[in-house]
Design a protein around this ligand. Structure first.
Ligand code: ZN
Length: 106
């Protein structure tokens, strides 16, 4: 859940929206968007990502040999935001709607 200030309990969500002619598409490459997010919000650093198109993400549970509790879709994305807060010291979610991708910084 997000309140009117774009904030969950502790995770601030920032939207970076690209407006312009559709034939000029901004990059959707995660490495590029990571650099943009880290540059905008230095000294915060990358802790995770969520790809809304595929459900791909950097999963601490999977890395620890546990099963992933983050299925593709909105429920999985919300569960992942909680994981980022609780296990990955995340503070900021920088969301890029043109790529349907979020970079989490902490
Ligand atoms: Zn996961």
């Amino acid at each position: 859940m997000t309140n009117a200030e774009g904030r969950t309990d502790t995770l601030a969500r920032i939207t970076v929206r690209l407006d312009g002619p559709a034939e000029y598409r901004g990059t959707e490459i995660i490495g590029d968007l990571r650099v943009i997010a880290e540059t905008l919000y230095y000294p915060f650093k990358f802790v995770g990502f969520w790809d809304g198109q595929t459900g791909n993400h950097l999963c601490p549970q999977t890395q620890a040999g546990q099963s992933c509790p983050h299925p593709p879709g909105d429920a999985g994305r919300a569960a992942y935001a909680s994981t980022v807060e609780e296990r990955m010291t995340g503070e900021l979610e920088v969301h890029f709607p043109h790529a349907d991708l979020s970079i989490f910084l902490g």
